[in-house]
Design a protein around this ligand. Structure first.
Ligand code: HEC
Length: 713
């Protein structure tokens, strides 16, 4: 313990002793540097918080770059990043400095005009953390407040750095343990409270949103999103009420409902609105978490797949609106929540606009959570419609795959009609610009599943749904999986225009008063569209797939547009073959900044190397392949790809030298020889016989695909 934290700890003990239960005293809000008033005012030259303003609109009033001149936009400068994993962050700009976070939760500060690197910070996240991160080592951004910049780390800490030089002011652990929780989201800050949640709803996590003091790093309050073990007593009435909607011993698997992305502070109500993830595990047949009784009733599992509102000052529950009761499809409600004032039925309403994974656009009252409208905007088959009064979905009985025992292909899929990729909202037109994914996801229940200490726990039989080596099936799955940019008229509840993409998992959007919408794409482009009709006005070849959202700022009369480039995140990792849908995007991670009249060039990109499959001949048994497929599906596919076909970030095991010699995978898979790079030991779940089964399965798959290649498939 250093002197500083000793002082903090003793002060905290003193405060606790003298103030009873009221918790640590919060520091006064910032009065210089970045203040609450500045974030609320959202000066047009700067970009001070993740979604630009408290309302998370990502709409810039700047119009120097506009539909008339965007054709002259060029590369002003770029910075190569020292990590080649998914880049999801939105840069922030204050006082001429651009602050970005990169994969592995590193932070960089650049001169926003010239690109000069001013300082960088590496929290030194252990690479083993990758084993409990569902979706790559990503980070979505930093927060600015007072004279500090804040980042949350993949291994679960919140760190305050000094804006001037990147030195650490304090570092506090946010997560209850590092085995089941990771953090990828951007903190938000209001009235001196740094707000942050976590991921982990496939790893025995109990979701929460917590507030930390901006000066001391002390925890001020924590609101859990799902109830804990009743035997320990409930923290508050909201937990007691929620417990009535759960069954089985849900708390043993954590419960889920993690707050891994959206956090919106609304100064009008002093409420913090946040979205929650799925319950654990996906398949409720594993632990009876819905208490599914024979009379056909199912517990809602509050407050999962919901928007929840709590008081900023105390963290006390205000209201919730659950979008997907009975979730068994991984329909996180974590997409960014946008606040707007909208005329509805002739009346001005202060609303929250939300487009979660489940295929509906919701408009709800921002003060009370009252349901105002919910409109399907993507093909939906899990729900037969919404109750017009309450917004509660009527669940399609066929979608309860744990009861039917049948394969269920849900629309939208687990990737979501819209995931975390930020939407933007133009308050002058009421138009929402949504990065959309089209396609289904197959679910086959494994009701005998037992969650172990390691692995991504869904309770699904991933082997049963792995993409088969049948060209027609692969083709139809590929054909059905696409992406789009959708312009949605919120008040009218209908689509205004769309741009179709060949593949899913395109970047977030930025709307500007220059009648422009900017978006990076999976097929390695950065594009500007006319926000009125979606016509393409400009594009730039980024050499790498883009998943992050762009932002804009202005210095000395020049408007700039900045974007983080670097493909990754879940879509690359899980369904490897689908990555090919956008032409197998590369990952060349960079921060790119554009302005009118600039003509910067990127260095030539290395060409993608075609590697023919050259596996050893298959010598195993059918039993080994069956067992290996099941183990691979459960423990390996999340990183090495469905059906042993990897994306671009992790090695494709069909090509690995380690499959050539019996036993040579043991050092990697059991002894953890590569754990320093995120390939941890699976010894607690697998033995040498299991590793040989997986090896035989991979050899079998490689030979299948080699035969397809030879046949021109
Ligand atoms: C959390 C992600 C993750 C999971 C889950 C995972 N791996 Fe890996 N694996 C990696 C990464 C990252 C590497 C690259 C490590 C390196 O280059 O040092 C790797 C490398 C490997 C390699 C070496 C490949 C080569 O030729 O370089 C083998 C073999 C391997 N993994 C097998 C497995 C098996 C078998 C499983 C399931 C039991 C598995 N992995 C699960 C992330 C993962």
């Amino acid at each position: 313990m250093n002197i500083r934290s000793f002082v903090v700890a003793t002060t905290a003990a003193f405060l606790l002793a003298s103030c009873g239960d009221s918790g640590p005293e919060a520091s006064a809000p910032a009065t210089s540097g970045v203040t609450d008033a500045m974030i609320a005012a959202a000066p047009e030259e700067e970009w001070l918080t993740y979604g630009r303003d408290y309302a998370e609109r990502r709409f810039s009033p700047l119009d120097d770059i506009n539909a008339g001149n965007v054709g002259q936009l060029g590369l002003a400068w770029f910075a190569d990043l020292d990590t080649a994993r998914g880049q999801e962050a939105t840069p922030l700009m204050h006082d001429g400095v651009l602050y970005v976070s990169t994969a592995w939760s590193k932070v960089q500060a650049h001169d926003a005009m010239t690109g000069e690197l001013l300082w960088s910070y590496d929290p030194e996240v252990p690479r083993e953390t990758l084993a409990v991160a569902c979706c790559d080592a990503v980070n979505r951004g930093v927060a600015l407040y007072g004279d500090k910049v804040y980042v949350a780390t993949l291994d679960g800490d919140l760190v305050a750095l000094n804006q001037s030089d990147g030195s650490v002011a304090w570092r506090s652990q946010v997560v209850p343990d590092r085995e089941n929780y990771t953090i990828t989201g951007a903190p938000r800050i209001a009235k001196g409270k740094v707000l942050i949640g976590s991921g982990g709803a496939e790893y025995k996590a109990r979701g929460f949103l917590a507030a930390f003091d901006w000066q001391t790093g002390e925890e001020l309050w924590r609101f859990h999103t799902v109830p804990g073990n009743p035997a320990d007593g409930f923290e508050n009435d909201a937990m007691e009420a929620a417990a009535a909607t759960w069954g089985g011993n849900w708390w043993e698997l954590g419960g889920g409902g993690t707050v891994w992305d959206s956090i919106t502070y609304d100064p009008t109500t002093n409420l913090v609105l946040f979205g929650t993830a799925n319950a654990e595990p996906w398949n409720p047949g594993v632990n009876d978490r819905m208490g599914s009784s024979e009379d056909g009733t199912f517990g809602d599992n509050l407050y999962t797949s919901s928007i929840v509102a709590v008081d900023l000052d105390t963290g006390e529950y205000a209201w919730h609106f659950q979008q997907t009761p009975e979730d068994r499809w991984d329909y996180d409600s974590n997409a960014q929540i946008t606040i707007a004032d909208l005329e509805i039925d002739g009346e001005m309403r202060h609303v929250a606009i939300h487009v979660p994974k489940n295929g509906y656009v919701y408009v709800i009252d921002a003060a009370t959570g009252e349901f105002l409208s919910g409109t399907g905007w993507h093909p939906i088959n899990w729900s037969l419609g919404l109750d017009p009064e309450t917004g509660r979905p009527e669940i399609n009985p066929e979608a309860r795959y744990e009861l039917t025992g049948e394969l269920w292909v849900s629309l939208p899929g687990a990737g979501g009609a819209h995931s975390w990729h930020p939407q933007s909202y133009d308050p002058t037109t009421g138009m929402l610009y949504i990065p959309a994914n089209n396609g289904g996801f197959p679910y086959v229940a494994d009701n005998d599943f037992e969650a172990g200490e390691i692995g991504f726990s869904t309770g699904l039989d991933n082997a049963a749904t792995a993409m088969p080596a049948i060209p027609e099936v692969r083709q139809s799955n590929l054909d059905a999986t696409t992406g789009a940019l959708v312009a949605w008229d919120v008040a009218a509840g209908k689509e205004a225009w769309r741009v179709d993409y060949t593949g899913p998992w395109n970047g977030g959007t930025l709307a500007t008063a220059g009648r422009l919408v900017f978006q990076g794409t999976a097929d390695e482009r950065f594009v500007a569209y006319d926000s009125a009709d979606g016509s393409e006005l400009w594009s730039f070849a980024t050499q790498s797939g883009v998943i992050a959202a762009p932002m804009t700022y202005s210095i000395a009369g020049d408007q700039y547009v900045a974007i983080m480039v670097g493909w990754g995140g879940v879509w690359d990792i899980a369904p490897g073959i689908l990555t090919a849908k956008s032409g197998t995007p590369r990952n060349i991670s960079r921060l790119m900044v554009f302005k009118l009249g600039a003509d910067g060039q990127l260095p030539e990109a290395p060409a993608l190397v075609e590697r023919p499959l050259d596996p050893p001949p298959f010598t195993g048994t059918d039993e080994q392949v069956t067992a290996g497929a099941s183990l691979y599906g459960r423990y390996c596919s999340i990183c090495h790809g469905d059906a042993a076909i990897a994306g671009v970030l992790n090695p494709d095991l069909r090509h690995s030298g380690a499959i050539n010699i019996p036993g040579s995978m043991n050092a990697i898979v059991l002894d953890g020889a590569f754990s320093h790079n995120g390939m941890v030991s699976f010894a607690e779940a697998l033995d040498e016989g299991n590793v040989e089964e997986i090896r035989q399965y991979v050899i079998f798959r490689a030979n299948e695909d080699k035969a397809l290649e030879a046949a021109g498939g």
